[in-house]
Design a protein around this ligand. Structure first.
Ligand SMILES: [Zn+2]
Ligand SMILES: [Zn+2]
Length: 278
């Protein structure tokens, strides 16, 4: 067994998840996990997401009275700075019109480290989810090369930002744009990201999603495990995340198969160190 903890789980406090903390704790016990991290979404700096995080903190704090192995985290996603500014000014995402400009939008995250810490959040996963470089990117046809460039930009940002403890699901794509062959991602990009993670003492996540058969080829899954192995060998600590939302997924069993084939040994998939928690 390689995986002994899970640092990426959404509870019912997330808009897209229904897991209760009791279900999470029961699953942790079932699989013999020593620690679990609750990482509900803080996508935007609006009231709705701030309240979701408040709920997450409240229910985790209550649950921790009887469950010392549950840790409070959060999942942050890059958003476009002009939208962040609009929300900061008006309190809502409504009425936002993406400005026209030639350069990609600057990147922002939903809250400052001080704000997160003041609430009792102890670590953050930072993960790219959608393009924030151009106006209304969600409405665009997926363009693989443009997405690779944008994911690289966001992941470099996350690897360097003080709010990020773990780079979450590197190269996740809702459209599966590179899930046939991971080698379409230039190696130089991965080496840059690795160097930034190492220099800034970040962890990288092994997310169960990449080893599920949906959309991903066998070749991709092996390549992805080897990519994680290379980061591990460069000294970047690798954590595990099931990224469970509605039921607790035993994705670690499948992930372990690919990780073992790539050379991972027991002890190579780590917990967050106490000194790295806020
Ligand atoms: Zn995510
Ligand atoms: Zn997630």
């Amino acid at each position: 067994m390689l995986i002994h903890s899970d640092w990426h789980i959404h509870s019912e406090a997330s808009y897209d998840a229904t897991l209760t903390l009791q279900q999470i704790a029961d699953s942790a016990q079932k699989y013999g996990f020593r620690k679990v991290g609750i990482t509900d979404h803080l996508n935007f700096n609006d009231e709705k997401f701030r309240n979701d995080l408040k709920t997450s903190v409240k229910i985790v704090r209550e649950f921790q009275k009887n469950c010392s192995f549950m840790i409070q985290g959060v999942e942050l996603t890059p958003i476009e700075k002009p939208e962040f500014d609009h929300i900061a000014k008006t309190g809502t995402r409504e009425g936002y019109i993406a400005p026209v400009q030639s350069a990609p939008y600057a990147i922002e995250l939903g809250q400052t480290k001080q704000e997160l810490m003041a609430q009792g959040v102890r670590y953050a996963i930072g993960a790219a989810h959608w393009r924030v470089d151009v106006p209304n990117a969600k409405a665009l046809e997926p363009d693989r090369d443009a997405c690779i460039k944008e994911w690289y930009r966001q992941q470099m940002y996350l690897a360097c930002d003080e709010r990020v403890t773990i780079l979450g699901h590197p190269w996740w794509s809702s459209k599966g744009l590179w899930y046939e062959d991971f080698s379409v991602i230039p190696r130089s990009m991965n080496m840059d990201i690795a160097a930034a993670l190492k220099e800034n003492h970040k962890y990288v996540e092994c997310n169960a999603h990449f080893f599920r058969p949906t959309k991903k080829t066998e070749k991709f899954r092996c390549q992805y495990a080897e990519f994680l192995r290379e980061l591990h060998e460069m000294g970047i600590p690798v954590t595990y995340g099931s990224d469970s939302h509605s039921e607790y997924k035993d994705g670690h069993l499948l992930a372990e198969k690919y990780l073992t084939a790539a050379g991972f040994k027991d002890g190579d998939i780590v917990e967050l160190k106490e000194e790295d928690l806020w």
